[in-house]
Design a protein around this ligand. Sequence first.
Ligand code: HEM
Ligand SMILES: *[C@@H]1O[C@H](CO)[C@@H](O)[C@H](O)[C@H]1NC(C)=O
Ligand SMILES: *[C@@H]1O[C@H](CO)[C@@H](O)[C@H](O)[C@H]1NC(C)=O
Length: 505
Amino acid sequence: MSYTYLVIVCLIAAFANRYALKGVSNWLSYTDSLHKYGCELPPSYAHGEPFLGTDLANRIKKGMQNGNLMEVMRQIFESYGTTFRAKIMGKSVLYTMDVQNIQAVVALEFEKFGVEPLRQATSGTWMGKGIFVTDGPVWDHARRTLRPIFHRAQVGNLTAFEKHVSRMIKLIPRDETTVDLQTLFRRLFLDTSTEYLFGDCTDSLSSESGSLEADAFITSFDNALRGVSRRQMLGPLMNLLGSDKEWKKAVAEVHARIDKYVDAALQRRREGGSSQITSSSYVFADQLVYETQDRLFLRDQLLNVFFPARDSAAIGASCVFFMLARNPDAWQKLRGEVLKIDQPITFEVLKSMKYLSWVLNESLRLLSPTNRAVRTCLSDCVLPRGGGVKGTSPIYVLKGTRIDMDFGLMHQDEEVWGKDAKLFRPERWEKVKPMWTYIPFLGGPRICPAQQMVLTQYGYLLVRLMQEFERMVNRDEVSSFIEEHRMTKQSRNGVKVAFVTAGKK
Ligand code: HEM
Ligand SMILES: *[C@@H]1O[C@H](CO)[C@@H](O)[C@H](O)[C@H]1NC(C)=O
Ligand SMILES: *[C@@H]1O[C@H](CO)[C@@H](O)[C@H](O)[C@H]1NC(C)=O
C-alpha cells in the first residue's frame, strides 16, 4: 500500500467522520424503505479493498489505458447481472445496463437525477451555466432557448455542408493510398461546427497540411479540456492542489474568443435590423442573439454546444465508416441505393433512403462516441429492477448515489437483440422497432438535441463519398475497435482505408 494511498484514506476518513451521524439516520430510513416498496438490495461488487473501492477504479483505469473498457465492463456485468452496486473513490455507484432502470433515470424519474453535482465540480468554472452542466430551471431555460435553433438546423440547407465535404474529398488520394478518415472527419467537423456556431470557419481543410493545432483557439480549448480531465481524476482532492495557473489561462483565452463571436453577432443584429435569417448560411450565434442579449448566457451556451459539436460528430462519423470498412457488402448494397438518386440531395431525400437509415442505426448501435451516461441521484427514489438474487425486485436508491448507465452494452445485449447481437447486420432493422433498447443519443428531456442534424450530415457524407468512389478498402491490420479515451471514445488506430474510384478494378 503506497504512502499517497494512506494519505487519501486518512483525508476521506476525516470527511466521512463528519457525516457519520447523518449516515446512521440515512441507513435507518433506508432499511425502512426497503421493506415499504418491496425493494431488495442489488448485488454488490466483490471489492478486494471495500473502503474506497480502489480495486474497481484501477480495473476501469486499466481498461481505459488498454483501450478495452467496454470488454472489461461486459465481463463485470456478466458476473453480477445487469445492475450492481460498487464503490469508486469512496462513493456509492450503481452500475446498470438494464433498459427499465435507464428509462426510469433519464425519463420517468427525470427530476430525481442530475448532472450538475458531477459536472459543475469538474467543469463549472469553464462551462459556466451552460446546457451541458446544469439541471433544473437553469438547464430548462437553456434547453428551451436552443431547441428551435437545433430544430431549424436539422432540416437546414446542405449547401454549407457541401462546401466542406467537397474540400475534404479533394484531400482523399485517388491512387489508393491509405488515408485516416478519423483525422479527416475531425477537420471536417471542426470547420463545419465553427462555421455554423460562430460564423467563423477554422478552414483546416483548405490546405493539405492544415493542422488542427494551427489555430490558437483550438490549442487553448484542448488545454482547457485537459485541465478538466485532470480535475476529474483528482476528484475530491482537486481543490487542495491550489490554483492551476495554466488551466486558468487556457480557460480565459477560450472565453475571450467566444466573447468576440458573441459581440460580433450582437453587432450584426444591430446592423441587420429586424430580419432574423439574413443569409442562407445558418449561424447559431446569430440566432441566439434574437433570444437574449445576455452576454454571459450567450457565451456559456455557445461553449457548451461547441464541446460536443466538434468531437462527437467527428467520432460518430468515424464509427459509421469503421463498420462499413469491415463490411464491404453493406457498402455495395448502400451504394446501389445511392446511385438511384436522380435529384439534389435534400433532407427529405436522405430520410426516404431505407438502407441508409439501417446502416446508420446499425453502426451507432455497435459503436458510438459515448456509450455511458452518468447521473447523481438528487432525492431518494425507487428504480424498477436489479434487486434480489434474480435481479427482478425494485431497488431503493439514496440521494447522492451515482448512477452509471451503460447503454452501449445494452445495445449488444443478447437478451434484447438475439444471438447475433454483436454482429453488424443492417437488415435486422427491417424487423426491429426498438424503443428504449436503442438510445445512442440517449432519451427523455435531455436527449441529444443534435440527433437529426447529425444523422442528416452522416447521410449526406455517405452519399457524397459513394458517388465519388466505387469501393472503400480496409487498411487497418487490427479488426477490433481499440478505444482511446479522451472526453469521448475514439478509435486509437483511426479509421485507415483506401478508396477505389469508379471504373477501376
Ligand atoms: C454521433 C454524434 C453524437 C452522439 C452519439 C451524441 C450523443 C449524445 C448523448 C448520449 C447525450 C446525452 C449525454 C448525457 O446527458 O449524459 C448528448 C447530449 C448533448 N449533445 Fe450530443 N451527440 C452527438 C453529436 C452532437 C453534436 C454534433 C452536437 C452539437 C452540435 C451535440 C450537442 C449535444 C448537447 C448540447 C447535449 C446536452 C443536452 C442536454 O443536456 O440537455 N451532440 N449527446
Ligand atoms: C441554400 O444556400 C445557397 C447558398 O449557400 C442558396 O443559393 C440556396 O438558394 C439555398 N437553398 C435553399 C433551399 O434555401
Ligand atoms: C433508427 O433509429 C431511430 C432511433 O434513433 C428510430 O427512430 C428509427 O425508426 C430507426 N430506423 C429504422 C429504419 O428502424
